[in-house]
Structures are given as C-alpha cells and as structure tokens.
Write a protein that binds this ligand. Structure first.
Ligand SMILES: Nc1ncnc2c1ncn2[C@@H]1O[C@H](COP(=O)(O)OP(=O)(O)OP(=O)(O)O)[C@@H](O)[C@H]1O
Length: 376
C-alpha cells in the first residue's frame, strides 16, 4: 500500500496520541491466526482486517447455516452452505484488500496445530469447545506465542490473554464435567454478546501487537450483558487458585502434544453416538427407549422421536426401568445427552447399551426435513 492510501485509510487511528505511523506499521507487519470463524471469530476478523493487520490466517471446517446469521454478521443468506473460511476471506478482501487473508478449511487438531501456530505471531481462539481450547493453549505455550482467549455462556462473556507464564491451564486446570457447560446451540445466545466479546479480543490483539495500553495478561475480564457489570480478576501473588492447588502441566513438547488425547482429557469421545438415520433404521430391531432429557420449555418438541421426556436433573434409573436393552438419550444438539450417557453408564447395569443422539432434536428435525424432501 502506498503512503497516501495508508494515511487515508488509517488516519483516524494514526492521529491518536501514542499511535501514529510507527504503530500502524507494526500492525501491517503482524500476522495473526484466528481459530474459529463463528460468533467470536467474525468480529475479531472484521476489526483486525479493518485496522490493517498485515496477514490473517483463518481456520474453520464449518459451513454457514441459517442459525448462525443472527450473530455471525459477515455472512448472508446467499452464503448458506458455503465454507465459512471461503466466505470470510471474500468479505475481508473486499473490506481491506491490503490484508493478506489465508483460509484453512480444516479442523484444528493435535496433528496440524504445530504448523498453523508456528506460522503466526499471535493466536486468537474463537472456538466453542474445551478440547480445542486446551489444545490451542498447549500449542501456544509450547511455541511461546501469545494467545487471546474469549468465551461466552448465555448472558456472560470472558476475555483473557495467555502467555507461557500464565495460561488457560492456570485458570482452568481441569475441564468441566462433560455436558455441564453448554455451547450456544444448547444454551442460547443473543448475537451482541459474542459481538462484544469478539471486539474485546480484537482490541487485546491490537494492544499486544502495537504495545499500547495494558493487555489482559494474567487477568480475566468478565462481562454480563444483562447488568452491564464487568470486572477484571487478577492473578494474585499466591497464584490463581487460593487453595494452593498445584499448577497443572499439559504436554511439554510437540511430541507429547501430538500424543495427547484431548477428547479423553475432556471426558468426551467415550460415548456411543447414534445418528438420526441409524436410529430410524435400527429402532425396529430390539427393545429401544428414547428419552428426551431437555427442560420442558425447549423447542422443537420431540413427539414421534422420544418415548419419555424427563429433564436430565430429574431423570433416575427407576424411570428407565429394566426392559429396554438400548437406551438413547436426546437433548437439543447432542452435548447434554453425551453427559447423560456417561452418568447412566455408572448407574445402569453393564448389559444396557447407551447412546447419545448425535445432533440432538435439531439434527433429528433436519433429518426429517431431508427425508420429506427426498420422498417428494
Ligand atoms: N477444532 C476446531 N478447529 C477449527 N474450528 C473450530 C474448532 N472447534 C470449533 N471450531 C469453530 O468455531 C466456531 C465457533 O462458533 P460458534 O461458537 O459461534 O458456533 P457455531 O458452531 O458457528 O454455531 P452453532 O453453535 O449455532 O451451530 C465454529 O465455526 C466452529 O466450526
């Protein structure tokens, strides 16, 4: 970009005291890897590209769906079914052609993360699951790269900046019990919250790159949408955990990271999942019991799918009885039902086969719509 264009495009930020051309050049020379092009990743991406970050890598394997649009506002109706990274790269190039955007249509795993992380100065995690958060964190610790972290749950959001000195495992040594913390498809979200938290993440990235202000190193910013209350928790000299709990160490090098089983660590992946199509095909054989464990207010209904509807917290072995040999737990999108499988595998006798319906009631409804279309 020539000097005149540079001044014209970025003059409003370059005129700020303490910013100027030198900071703008730091942004232009910087490279940032954004993992996840969803509710958090979209605002992160838009604001970093608009601010003039020179090279942005974007990783996601997902496609745009209609229920993404209320918060992932860089996508439109015309993008439904298209890869998020492809659409995002087009939008970012249109917004700021001076930015190099590198789309990676893949899921980050312990087999590919090293190459991704090593190629960038700063990493931003905009994903929605614990396996990926621990994985991205561990990779950044090993690579010695700063990591901007953000997460939301219902009406609350949080942001932090991690370095090898203080990182995700210091804040959260253990993952939560599977199914106990719900993602947006389970718990719901108003689009502005990931918008706000994503912008705060972009803000932290700009501060780290340019050296202005005080990034949230060893601090956790909490934001409540309903009350507008926000607070910053700081790591105390005694460590984050006042109980003096020992610091948890993750994999210490790339070889250990590649061998580390994140789904085992997070308690996921041990569960037998069954798809809507498999359930439909197999239900005729043997004695099945399908239990919807969602709260009573959750929609859509599960008539025609579930034999029983009892919220997870109230469900007891006596409700399940002892006749059905195959038991399928169903929730909204398949997370809480995985937790139910884990819980009941300890409560029921070992001969019962327990499954979680993959994609939950939402997946089931989509499957039915697909079947109806095929049959017409
Ligand atoms: N391991 C991973 N590698 C790459 N992208 C990931 C990984 N884990 C999650 N993501 C991506 O992070 C994004 C998270 O976005 P968000 O939390 O808004 O949920 P979503 O999956 O887009 O939407 P919904 O929950 O409504 O279906 C998704 O686009 C998802 O594909």
């Amino acid at each position: 970009m020539n000097r005149e264009d540079l001044y014209e495009r970025y003059q409003r930020q370059m005129m700020l005291p303490g910013f100027g051309e030198q900071k703008q050049m730091l942004l232009e020379q910087a490279s940032v890897l954004v993992i996840g092009a969803g509710g958090l990743g979209c605002p992160v991406l838009s604001y970093l590209a608009a601010a003039g970050v020179g090279r942005i890598g974007l990783v996601d394997d997902d496609a745009v769906e209609i229920h993404n649009l209320h918060r992932q506002v860089i996508y439109t109706m015309e993008d439904l079914g298209r890869a998020k990274v492809t659409v995002a790269a087009e939008r970012i190039s249109a917004l700021n052609p001076g930015v190099i955007i590198v789309p990676y249509k893949q899921r980050v795993s312990n087999q590919n993360i090293r190459e991704l992380v090593e190629g960038y100065d700063l990493i931003i995690d905009g994903t929605d699951n614990f396996e990926t958060r621990y994985l991205v964190n561990d990779a950044c610790v090993i690579a010695g790269k700063p990591l901007v972290y953000g997460a939301i749950s219902q009406y609350e959001g949080q942001v932090s900046v991690f370095t090898p000195d203080f990182h995700y495992r210091d804040l959260f040594p253990d993952p939560p019990a599977p199914g106990s913390v719900l993602n947006c498809s389970e718990a719901g979200v108003i689009g502005v919250l990931p918008g706000l938290i994503g912008i705060l993440m972009a803000q932290e990235a700009i501060k780290i790159i340019t050296g202005i202000g005080q990034p949230l190193y060893a601090k956790l910013l909490l934001w409540n949408l309903l009350t507008n209350n926000s607070m910053v928790m700081e790591n105390s000299p005694d460590g984050w955990h006042p109980t003096g709990e020992a610091r948890r160490v993750g994999p210490r090098n790339w070889t250990e990271l590649e061998a580390f089983d994140y789904s085992w660590f997070c308690g996921t992946g041990k569960v037998n999942n069954i798809t809507a199509a498999e359930l439909k095909a197999m239900r005729a054989q043997g004695e099945w019991l399908v239990i919807d464990i969602r709260e009573p207010h959750e929609l859509p209904g599960s008539e025609g799918l579930a034999d029983l509807r009892i919220p997870s917290a109230e469900l007891l072995p006596k409700h399940i009885g002892d006749t059905a040999e195959k038991i399928v737990f169903v929730c909204q999108s398949g997370k809480r039902s995985e937790a139910a499988v884990l819980r009941f595998s300890n409560l029921l006798d070992g001969s019962r086969q327990l499954y979680s319906l993959q994609g939950g009631v939402l997946g089931w409804s989509q499957f039915q719509q697909y079947e109806q279309r095929e049959n017409h």
